[in-house]
Design a protein around this ligand. Structure first.
Ligand code: COA
Length: 269
């Protein structure tokens, strides 16, 4: 563990999230362990505000999203909030939540990584998939079990699962509601690394430490260019040309190239 002075509490008080900032890495822990960290309205609102912090706070270089307790990352949307919804309520729920949390995470110009520490079901799997990449502990389990409730994924799951694992496997996983373990998730490309449960956060932080030594604007442009591959309103190759060109106007690129030519490490701001 790190000594306490390296932790800096973020000002925003949250009821359902724990947050900490350590050397530029903002960790957001969804904190409803007695309800398997299910995403109720309050969690969604607070996640949206926490992601806004990632966008706006210059002290934050990158973020980790994880779940509190030993069992769950997030076991889905809070099912108790579903019974009162009708057609319009369902559309509004999916539309709002996709916009204020899931798409906002995906398009965040700073890396947001999921550290999946247990069940990642339904909206929990969708939350992990909205992050830029995922690490999982050995006890993690992934699934889209909405069909058990007569539902389909509504927070981007039909799209992002298909992007990550391919059409056939995504269809099977969603139609059967079959849960997969961390190793199968890795084989399918849903997670990048599987770690021992106790080292999940440290391993996630290690990868982010490497990313933090790179040019932050270039990292943001990688996120935008890769996302363009899945955005039907954009030509990804054209987007790459534009973003590549923009790099040439930055101090960051001047510093990176000068450092290489002067045989020293770059100092990115
Ligand atoms: N929404 C609301 N509450 C949930 C929840 C969800 N998605 N997932 C779990 N909970 C609650 C349970 O109702 C239970 O509450 P209680 O103690 O007041 O009864 C508590 O969390 C613990 O869950 P429990 O089912 O007792 O734990 P378990 O270890 O036996 O099973 C799961 C864990 C994750 C397999 C099981 O909770 C589950 O299947 N959850 C629903 C998953 C789902 O369908 N997600 C998609 C929603 S669209």
């Amino acid at each position: 563990m790190f000594p306490p002075y390296l932790y800096l509490k973020i000002s925003m008080p949250y009821e359902t999230l724990l947050t900490s900032l350590k050397e530029g890495t903002f960790t957001i822990t969804i904190n409803r362990p007695d309800k398997m960290n299910a995403l109720n309205k309050k969690v969604i609102e607070e996640l949206s505000a926490a992601v806004d912090e990632v966008y706006q706070n210059n002290e934050i270089r990158c973020a980790i999203i994880t779940g509190a307790g030993p069992k769950a990352f997030v076991a889905g949307a809070d099912i108790t909030e579903f019974s009162s919804l009708d057609l319009n309520g369902g559309i509004a729920l999916a539309c709002t939540n996709q916009e204020i949390v899931f798409n906002k995470i995906e398009n965040c110009p700073k890396p947001v990584v999921a550290a999946v520490n247990g069940f990642a079901l339904g909206g929990g799997c969708e939350l992990a998939m909205a992050c830029h990449f995922r690490l999982a502990s050995e006890n993690a389990k992934f699934g889209q079990p909405e069909v058990n409730l007569g539902l389909i994924p509504g927070y981007g799951g039909t799209q992002r699962l298909t992007q990550l694992v391919g059409k056939g496997k995504a269809m099977e996983l969603m139609m059967t509601a079959h849960m997969i373990d961390a190793n199968e998730a890795k084989q399918l490309g849903l997670v990048n690394h599987v770690t021992a449960t106790e080292s999940l956060l440290a391993q996630t932080e290690n990868i982010l430490e490497i990313i933090k030594t790179k040019g932050p604007r270039a990292v943001g442009k990688i996120i935008a260019a890769v996302n363009a591959c899945f955005d039907k309103s954009k030509d990804g190759f054209e987007e790459e040309i534009k973003l590549f060109g923009e790099c040439f106007g930055t101090d960051e690129m001047k510093e990176g190239v000068s450092a290489f030519l002067e045989k020293r490490k770059p100092q990115f701001k």
